[in-house]
Design a protein around this ligand. Structure first.
Ligand code: PAF
Length: 274
């Protein structure tokens, strides 16, 4: 496994590769990331993993500074996988001058996460497009844990005619159902014990819809009330159509319920397809 920080060195290494699979990350790797790499492994024998904490997708008051950076441990974990290249540029390499060209995104980027983290998807899409241009992969793997991100990347690839296949990887969960995330590290023991409550609320909605309930407003409100009673601060619990991510109508079939909520200072997100 090679660790490369420089764009021209990276391009030189990738020049003769037949089929490149790319897994973008912000590091602090956990079993969820390793599942993305497993998925990439099944499709290519040249896997590139990027590690870059992207300032563009954090608001000034968000956790950019305290975001866990564990480069050594990440490289150790990756070297046990079949990863060919770790691309770990610093900010000077990716932003030698301030990033003035930013993508303009459709309204789907302003709902759910976009409503509570304005500019987040613009930052994500811009960095993903830069990384795609640098690496020029044949395929890229994204986790369903970040469902809206996956949706937006897919749409970007389609509308900008990028010759890249986007592969979705299932969310990996702890035994109690909590979706694995780097931000879970912020939770203390008591918060960790409560953290699967978000998943359980989504699961409850999934079960009620599966048994025929169509009153989405009521299901959403009940979940919010229930979480609030357990001292969560809820940003949203919302049922959407999978294919468009528009708010779901009672007649829609392919649904996904998405949620974001705070346990004290830690914000967790999750979703379940229905
Ligand atoms: O999902 C993430 O970790 C990030 O949003 C990504 C795709 C690596 C872009 O910074």
């Amino acid at each position: 496994m090679k660790i490369i920080t420089d764009i021209s060195v990276l391009r030189e290494h990738l020049r003769r590769e037949q089929r490149i699979a790319f897994v973008p990350t912000m590091g602090n790797l956990h079993a969820g990331h390793l599942a993305l790499i497993d998925q990439a492994n099944q499709l290519s024998d040249c896997i590139v993993v990027s590690i870059f904490v992207n300032r563009l997708q954090f608001q000034p008051h968000e956790d950019f500074e305290r975001y866990p950076r564990t480069f050594k441990e990440d490289c150790r974990a990756l070297s046990a996988q079949n990863v060919k290249i770790v691309f770990a540029p610093n900010e000077k390499i990716l932003f030698p001058t301030p990033q003035e060209f930013l993508l303009a995104l459709p309204p789907v980027a302003d709902i759910l996460e976009g409503e509570f983290r304005p500019g987040f998807f613009r930052g994500v899409a811009t960095i993903v497009l830069k990384l795609f241009n640098i690496i020029q992969p044949d395929l890229a793997v994204f986790g369903k844990k970040d469902y809206q991100q996956l949706h937006i990347v897919r749409r970007m690839v389609r509308q900008l005619n990028l010759p890249i296949e986007i592969i979705a990887s299932e969310t990996i969960r702890a035994p109690d159902g909590l979706a694995l995330s780097s931000r879970n590290q912020y939770l203390n023991e008591a918060q960790r014990a409560k953290a699967c409550g978000l998943y359980q609320s989504l699961l409850q909605i999934k079960q009620e819809i599966s048994s025929g309930c169509k009153d989405f407003q009521k299901l959403q409100q009940n979940a919010v009330d229930n979480l609030q009673q357990h001292s969560w601060k809820v940003d949203y619990i919302s049922i959407h159509k999978r294919s468009t991510l528009l708010f779901a109508q009672a007649s829609d079939q392919d649904l996904v319920v998405l949620g974001a909520a705070w346990l004290d200072n830690t914000r967790l997100i999750d979703n379940l397809e229905i």
